[in-house]
Design a protein around this ligand. Structure first.
Ligand code: FMN
Length: 163
């Protein structure tokens, strides 16, 4: 079982999550390549595909969406997605709804089996006005990645790959 875990990142958070997913898959005996997404990688070499991207402006990065529609879906392999967001879990309902909608949009673009949303990391505390706009509590840590959730998800992928 050979799997590609591809990611897009701006500040490294999504890369680290992808690496953790790859480690869990490897610990389950799955041959997992983890790397930034590039169009020259031949996806036909893999049995399963996992792709991750951060949310910026309540959307995935445009290149990610282009890649899913143009390369990932046509490869015809089972795809699972994760997107990384700071506002999804505690932000205002309006933003949570927007991110949920984006998760559904990219799922359809890739023809993916599943899309999971993980909490991410920001560089430092948000200014008060931004916390207000996004509805983010003042005591929320800059890094809200839930490694147990990430590992649980990766293990559930491994279960489905080995079934
Ligand atoms: C310019 C910028 C815009 C962002 N916009 C959003 C957003 O609209 N919604 C959200 O939930 N998180 C947003 N975030 C937070 C990031 O998506 C999140 O923290 C993620 O961990 C960053 O991933 P990366 O390190 O792989 O780039 C933004 C971060 C940056 C730097």
């Amino acid at each position: 079982m050979k799997c590609f875990v591809g990611y897009v990142t701006k500040t490294g958070t999504t890369k680290e999550i992808a690496q953790r997913v790859g480690e869990v898959l490897a610990s389950r005996g799955i041959d997992a390549d983890v790397a930034a997404i590039t169009v020259d990688r031949d996806l036909r070499a893999y049995d399963r595909l996992v792709f991750g991207c951060p949310v910026n402006g309540m959307k995935v990065l445009p290149d990610f969406a282009t890649y899913l529609g143009g390369y990932a879906a046509p490869a015809g392999k089972p795809v699972d997605l994760f997107i990384v967001s700071y506002m999804f879990e505690k932000g205002r309902a309006l933003w949570r709804k927007a991110i949920r909608g984006e998760a559904e949009r990219v799922k359809a673009l890739a023809g993916a089996k599943s899309t999971e949303v993980f909490g991410g990391r920001i560089a430092g505390p948000l200014p008060g006005f931004a916390r207000f706009i996004f509805g983010v509590p003042g005591d929320m840590p800059a890094d809200i990645r839930d490694w147990e959730k990430i590992e649980r998800w990766a293990n559930s992928l491994a279960d489905s790959m080995l079934a």
